[in-house]
Design a protein around this ligand. Structure first.
Ligand code: BES
Ligand code: MN
Ligand code: MN
Length: 457
């Protein structure tokens, strides 16, 4: 590749980080209505960054929710087109007191940039923008065509995005989708992710009486909703970690011997993993390894649980209500809609008639898995090797990016997931961070990617 492009990235290394800090200063928390203005500001900031980099047709496109940012550069006739996807919204920051530095004042410590969104996903989005800038400023052109597509609702389930993709098939048409919104396998082990889990998310509300009651005066005469909810939830899994919803596993694609064998070769240290998580002992579905449990097997989890008196001291109360947020991670070929129906049916069946039960469907997303032996994946592998000095390994991930399955289904385009996060980057947690070495190498890899994709036939 043109050496001047890499020179440019090296020379402007610190400025890139300073600019990223500005992006990270915008609290674009999509889950909280009070941040709606900030979400919009982040979209505008990203649009400006794309303009500065030299992208064309930069615009915000309306959706019923937060705007999409679109930009393109289509002046390489006959060459492939890459569609970049990422998100400019971030997760809430609570609990704030556990952050070492303020979440929206990006701070460098030991080569890591700490801020909400540093890794998920503003840093990774910015990485590709800066690689585009390096090409356009140094050579006046890009080796292939590029479309850039950012959403602002990924962290709240991308609820409007499927319709948007269906309504804008022409705008989004491309040969390959590139997404950087995942961790790499480990520090120093870059990876290409070829599978994601899907999701089905619910809220359960249980009501026992019209108001809280004195637990001495009334205890024993009516059902306690906290106990009822606990009993319902306790029937979701058996002791071996298997989910008890009838039909839940019917569509689960068994793990192939080949995949199992490949994963055994990955440099995964279970003891180190356990220690880093601070878990006394690992736990999961019996018969499967940790990587298999998180990448290829579905889960049921309680994400939040609330009832009764939780302050200091003791209060003798019979709570009127109990609430749980629960979700299931899904694997190919489970369908979130069907799983949702099975879940509802089972919960209604096992929940006693002593309480009122309300089930609310929050959001969902389909699982995704790709054929990874294709020319675009190989091109990405070569680019990553140039940026990181190592050939990437292939992995699946346990997290979800709902639109990736939609790209496959609606646009029929393969996706290449090339993330530069680390497993301990604290996504969604206090002290989220991005390794600045990975950020820099990722920009170089991205610059090579355009070249490598341009060369595929
Ligand atoms: N970047 C993550 C997805 C991710 C995380 C993939 C870790 C692989 C490993 C994304 O921003 C995310 O958090 N997705 C949500 C989706 C949900 C809100 C529908 C998730 O996985 O919980
Ligand atoms: Mn993300
Ligand atoms: Mn996320």
């Amino acid at each position: 590749m043109n050496a001047a492009v890499v020179d440019y990235i090296n020379v402007h290394r610190d400025r890139y980080v300073d600019e990223l800090k500005q992006f990270l200063a915008i609290p674009s928390v999509s889950a909280l209505p009070e941040h709606a203005g900030d979400v919009r500001r982040a979209a505008e900031w990203a649009a400006d960054a794309l303009r500065t980099a030299g992208m064309e047709n930069v615009r915000l496109m309306d959706t019923p929710g937060n705007p999409v940012v679109y930009a393109d550069w289509l002046n390489a006739p006959g060459k492939p087109t890459i569609l970049f996807y990422g998100h400019y919204d971030v997760q809430p920051v609570d609990p704030l007191n556990l952050w070492t530095s303020p979440p929206f004042e990006a701070t460098v410590r030991d080569g890591e940039l700490y801020a909400r969104g540093a890794c998920d996903d503003k840093g990774q989005v910015f990485m590709h923008i800066k690689a585009i800038e390096a090409h356009l400023k140094q050579t006046g052109s890009l080796p292939c065509n590029i479309k850039y597509f950012l959403e602002g609702e990924e962290e709240v389930g991308s609820v409007h995005l499927d319709d948007f993709v269906r309504d804008h098939k022409q705008d989004l048409s491309a040969d390959v989708v590139v997404v950087s919104d995942t961790p790499m396998f480990d520090r120093g082990v870059p990876s290409i992710t070829y599978g994601l889990r899907g999701l089905a998310y619910f809220q359960l509300d249980v009501r026992g009486t019209k108001s809280d009651l004195h637990s001495g005066a009334f205890g024993g005469a009516v059902a306690n909703p906290a106990i009822v909810l606990a009993q319902v939830l306790a029937q979701m899994k058996d002791r071996g970690g298997r989910i008890k919803i009838p039909g839940f596993y019917d569509a689960v694609r068994p793990l192939s011997d080949e995949e199992r064998a490949e994963w055994k070769k990955l440099p995964f240290n279970e003891t180190r993993y356990r220690k880093e998580l601070g878990a006394p002992k690992l736990f999961g579905e019996s018969g499967y390894s940790t990587l298999e449990r998180t990448w290829a097997r579905p889960t049921f989890d309680i994400n939040g649980l609330l009832s009764g008196f939780t302050g200091e001291g003791a209060k003798t109360v019979l709570p009127a209500t109990a609430m749980a947020k629960v979700s299931m991670r899904l694997v190919p070929d489970q369908d979130p809609q069907k799983i949702g129906d099975l879940f509802e049916e089972y919960v209604r069946k096992i929940c006693p008639k002593t309480v009122e039960l309300k089930i609310t469907r929050m959001h969902g997303g389909r699982p995704w898995m790709a054929e990874f032996d294709n020319k675009f994946v190989r091109a990405a592998g070569r680019a990553i090797e140039q940026g990181f000095g190592k050939t990437p390994v292939f992995n699946r991930e346990g997290g979800s990016i709902p639109v990736v399955a939609t790209f496959q289904q609606e646009l029929g385009i393969p996706s290449v997931l090339f993330g530069v996060g680390l497993p301990d980057d604290n996504l969604h947690a206090p002290n989220e961070k991005l390794d600045l070495g990975n950020f820099h190498n990722g920009i170089i890899a991205s610059a090579f990617l355009y070249q490598e994709i341009a060369a595929v036939e």
